[in-house]
Design a protein around this ligand. Sequence first.
Ligand SMILES: [Zn+2]
Length: 74
Amino acid sequence: MIICSRCKGNGYVKVRFEAEQAIEQCKVCHSQGEINEDKYYHQTWTEGAEDSIAIYYGPPLDPESFKNYTISGE
Ligand SMILES: [Zn+2]
């Protein structure tokens, strides 16, 4: 298991909706704070001088290695 990069291991994320802030359970790790290296997840990052968006569906990547990395669920 590795730390979920969406919620940073907390199991929830703070979301801002207009002026209000709310707590939302993390959909990526199902509030576990960890994700499974054997599962496939939707991930994106940006690359190149144009910051073009790369989309990837597969086992979780190392967030440190990618610019603007996001993970958005199974
Ligand atoms: Zn999470």
